[in-house]
Write a protein that binds this ligand. Sequence first.
Ligand code: MG
Length: 274
Amino acid sequence: MLHVLRSPRFTLPVVAVAMFGFASLAVAGNKTAKVKDAWGNEVEVQGYDDGKNEGSQWFVHDPERPQPPLADKKDIKPNLNAPPPKGAIVIFDGKSMNAKAKWKVENGYAEVQGGGLTTYESFGSAHFHIEWAAPKEVKGNGQGRGNSGIIIMGKYEIQVLDNYKNATYPDGMAGSVYGQNPPKFNASVPPGEWNSYDITFLAPKFKDGKLVRPASVTVIWNGVNVQASYELVGVVSHRKPTKYVPHAEKLPLHIQDHGNPVRFRNIWVTPLEE
Ligand code: MG
């Protein structure tokens, strides 16, 4: 925040935030770029240039970061209705919710409303299977279209977003580790259709308050490997460079309410013994 205040060109936004709140700034971004999206269309992407994560050449939410290419159509094979294997903990089976959430449950899916979902159970290293669909009725653009998020341990977000012909900063698109790493491919299906995430997450390890092993994640989005054992550099962070904050070995899974009626079904978690 000091860094922001020191910079004279932020004077106006800072005053605007004081007067109108954060939302007015969050919509605009402070760096825009004209880029080609994965479909080859020229689009304007709004993002930020506040700072860089350690080891990265890009700003957090850098709109100039290359847009991931489209996955091959033949490779996009959503893993739908995958039955929970033995030992899995079912969070949502289409009818009953094994978590705190005020979501609307109907026709075998749950629709985000009234806050996020937080599991009763806590998880460390685990495999997460999640099926989700962005609203069929397209509203908004960029980060405002079908936004939710799989926030593992309540701290590490795999973004959920409608990126079908909707570009945003690549480290904030679907399949990204939010604020850190874009997916290798854009494996989007059209809004209203079901996506699958199969996420294998190895929890970070801390000893005496210090990080001894970073978290790592593999994300299979609609059958396409988009994050291959990516080592996270810290907890989820918006605009600001991130870092680790020591925490418990196991924590609940959270699924985000970002104000869009994203639908979910068939959510289960298999804890991994290391
Ligand atoms: Mg999100």
